[in-house]
Design a protein around this ligand. Sequence first.
Ligand SMILES: Cc1cc2nc3c(=O)[nH]c(=O)nc-3n(C[C@H](O)[C@H](O)[C@H](O)COP(=O)(O)OP(=O)(O)OC[C@H]3O[C@@H](n4cnc5c(N)ncnc54)[C@H](O)[C@@H]3O)c2cc1C
Length: 470
Amino acid sequence: MSKLGSSDNPLKVAIVGAGPSGFYAADALINSELKVEINLLEKLCAPYGLVRSGVAPDHPLIKKSMEKFALMAEPDEFNYIGNVCVGKDITVDELKETHHAVIITMGAETDRKLGIPGEDIKGSHTATEFVAWYNGHPEYREREFDLSHETAVIIGQGNVAADVARILSKTIDELKFTDISQHALDVLENSKVKNIYIVGRRGPAQGAMTSKELKEFGQLWDCDTFVDPAETVLNKSSEDELSDRNGRVAKKIYELFCNYAEEKKPHTARQFPWTRPYIKPKKCHIQFLRSPVELKGNKKLEKIIFEKNTLSGDPFKQSAKGTGNKEELDAGILFRSIGYRGVPLDGVPFHDAWGVIPNEKGRVVENEVVVPQLYTAGWIKRGPSGIIGTNKACANETIAELLQDLENLDSKKKKLGLKKIYEILDNKKVRYINFIEWEVIDEQEIHNGKPKGKPREKFTYTDEMLAQLT
Ligand SMILES: Cc1cc2nc3c(=O)[nH]c(=O)nc-3n(C[C@H](O)[C@H](O)[C@H](O)COP(=O)(O)OP(=O)(O)OC[C@H]3O[C@@H](n4cnc5c(N)ncnc54)[C@H](O)[C@@H]3O)c2cc1C
């Protein structure tokens, strides 16, 4: 047989998950010097992972990166197989049998737990659920969020927490021209939420959101943002962190928190009469050094018990410890935003404590031994950190390792690739879609958004999407 990667014997690679890391991995292979066949499998009809179903609808420029990924789907070597859940519709072993290599890029789909009493009480949700729901992810379409209480609490102070808080704080007029799903807009329109708390276990010098996200809290039409001035007082280690060269970003964020701690003057009205002071009806409170220790309520969330924390340790190594001081907050809904974690996939090793696939530079390992043919990239490889672009370097690292393994991947046995995938799926009567079919759905979404002035109106049920293709 000709050399692997030649025209007669292309390198056939299956990629599991069509988020940024899946596309970047495909692109790196297609741009290598080898002849390749790339089969990108995605459990939803829609590609683009969290860019479509995670990134906040009011960040349209970031959503636009979907266009960049669509270009990566153009080469003939690229095949999209949407609406196929690996592990259910086709197994990893079947992919290994039919391809030289399999790259798992399935993201980090679930949340870390708080591990406190009452965590699962009605009204206590993960940020993941809420984000996926307002972004029209079909698996979360039927979730219900009761926004009838005036107080909502978000646990965690990263960018996802900021997104959730902003969506709760914004007016319908600020949201209605985004690609937020109509069902979410309808619920948000009737929201009674007026007080939004974003609560972190550490202090303002350890803020986890970016300055860009934090600044947006000063630009909300109907919501003012507050930080208690007493909470901006730093301990010695935190002061040292901010005066260190490595603390420059944290210092900028700390200063933004301090701006919100200044006394608020009434704003100039944004409506007639323009010059009258305007008190914004919603309030966003950013609070520090608190951990929830119990969620209480009769059948549904009514009260959150927090324990106040103190920081101890050397600069950059401080940890939050409970002081024993408790306080209560009445609230009707809570969102836990303390980090995503991956879910295991049959046939692939999994590091349960870290919620990732164990790997060395993208080569999957089990008990420190490399597992032949298996690779990984993106959030499931390195954990839920980094922006969209971070996944490019991550995927490139994986592909560099894969290309080094070429000799070992050459099994001397013909791999049937796409042809065999289709046969397996047809036998199981799975209705898979290709990229041209996705583009039909995509165009229809854009068309449906036009009369509303939205970039698109997403289909939120898989059946609705498939119905566009008949
Ligand atoms: C709420 C939120 C907001 C964000 N906002 C920004 C932002 O504003 N700017 C920015 O740069 N970054 C942002 N990010 C980060 C960015 O979205 C991630 O870095 C990136 O999406 C991770 O890419 P990934 O491919 O590893 O995973 P994902 O994007 O999660 O893609 C994984 C894909 O795998 C699919 N999949 C899962 N299981 C299977 C299976 N068994 N079979 C087939 N397919 C499967 C999923 O459906 C999904 O399409 C945000 C993240 C979140 C959570």
